[in-house]
Design a protein around this ligand. Structure first.
Ligand SMILES: Nc1ncnc2c1ncn2[C@@H]1O[C@H](COP(=O)(O)OP(=O)(O)OP(=O)(O)O)[C@@H](O)[C@H]1O
Ligand SMILES: [Mg+2]
Length: 326
């Protein structure tokens, strides 16, 4: 989900352009909102619900900050994936689908996150690549915002890894990560870093062509404003500069995450988190653990990408791809 929105909650960055707060309304709603008795069916938009020019078919996934639905365009029946901004710690849905802040304090944060969600949808709509999820439009409805994406059929890499019958060999990894890195390279050309690359955000389509999802954490680089640094990170896949608030973010940050994602395919589990590795590095190099099972240069490239120190990693996708030779 959009990390900028998450960052709002963590850092309480108030935007000066926030709308006037209808505080009376949020106070009134807070009296009614009781998580204990809240009807479960209000958590998600129900199948058949019409939003903008779409009909909701079913829920695809949900997290703490958003829900993703499979929907169909009413006119031409084309299926789309729609992501709804709904940070559950701050807001809830009411009987008429309107999203309302849980209380007066949450309202400010909710609105700030909603603006950032929309800003990021706008950035993503510009980014066109066969291995990057396509944002086709975005709209306001139900007092929240929605991002419309091309719906792609597939299974996320984290689920694929858990399927023990799937043979993970160098050829499969080459197909997946070569294409994925092409997409990551484009992101970097826009001076953006994804910051949440992990198997759960990589959708594998039936021909094994990957699609990078979830640009919730995307940030521009280089960036000086330390206060805007978000602390959201995924254990095992985020490097040390994302765990600590020092060290510049850059292509090397995503490169660590891609290296860790490849490593997790070999190990079939998430690597040791970077903040633990800093104290005592118990991560046995891939060159040792997977010796002879994969080409030596390929394993060396993974270990290089997973160097703890940002400066010791490949500094560009091109450099990393050359080392992987996939
Ligand atoms: N364009 C799409 N096509 C098909 N499925 C999608 C698409 N976008 C998202 N999904 C499905 O929805 C899931 C969640 O999407 P996404 O990763 O963007 O948000 P999220 O992880 O729920 O956000 P958060 O965890 O931060 O709340 C994906 O794992 C995938 O299964
Ligand atoms: Mg995700």
């Amino acid at each position: 989900m959009l990390l900028a929105a998450k960052a709002v909650i963590l850092f309480i960055i108030f935007s000066p352009i926030l709308e006037e707060l209808p505080i009376a309304e949020s106070k009134r709603m807070a009296e009614y909102y009781d998580p204990e008795t809240y009807p479960k069916e209000w958590n998600y938009l129900q199948p058949g619900t019409i939003i903008d020019q779409y009909v909701v078919e079913r829920e695809l996934a949900h997290g703490g900050f958003s829900s993703v639905y499979l929907a169909r365009q009413r006119e031409d029946h084309v299926q789309v994936a729609i992501k709804e901004y709904l940070p559950r710690k701050l807001a809830h849905r009411t009987w008429n689908n309107k999203v309302v802040a849980n209380d007066e304090e949450s309202l400010r944060l909710f609105k700030c996150g909603r603006k950032l969600f929309l800003d990021e949808a706008r950035v993503l709509a510009e980014l066109k690549h066969p291995n990057i999820v396509e944002v086709v439009s975005f709209f306001n409805a139900n007092s929240t915002v929605y991002m419309v994406m091309t719906y792609d059929y597939g299974i996320t890499l984290d689920k694929l890894i858990k399927n023990k019958t799937l043979k993970i060999d160098a050829e499969l990894l080459a197909t997946i990560f070569n294409a994925l890195l092409d997409g990551v390279e484009l992101i970097h050309q826009y001076n953006l870093v994804h910051l949440d690359i992990k198997p759960a955000n990589i959708l594998i389509r039936p021909d094994h062509n990957p699609l990078l999802l979830d640009f919730g954490a995307v940030q521009s680089y280089p960036r000086n404003e330390e206060r805007q640094r978000s602390k959201v990170m995924t254990k095992g896949f985020s490097p040390i500069e994302q765990c600590e608030s020092k060290g510049a973010l850059g292509p090397w940050t995503d490169i660590y995450a891609v290296g860790a994602s490849i490593r997790s395919c070999l190990d079939r589990k998430a690597p040791i988190p970077a903040d633990q590795r800093v104290k005592k590095d118990n991560l046995i190099p891939a060159t040792k653990v997977h010796k002879k099972k994969f080409p030596e240069h390929f394993l060396q490239a993974i270990d290089w990408a997973m160097s703890i120190e940002p400066g010791n990693r490949p500094q560009s996708v091109q450099e990393f791809k050359q080392a992987l030779q996939v």
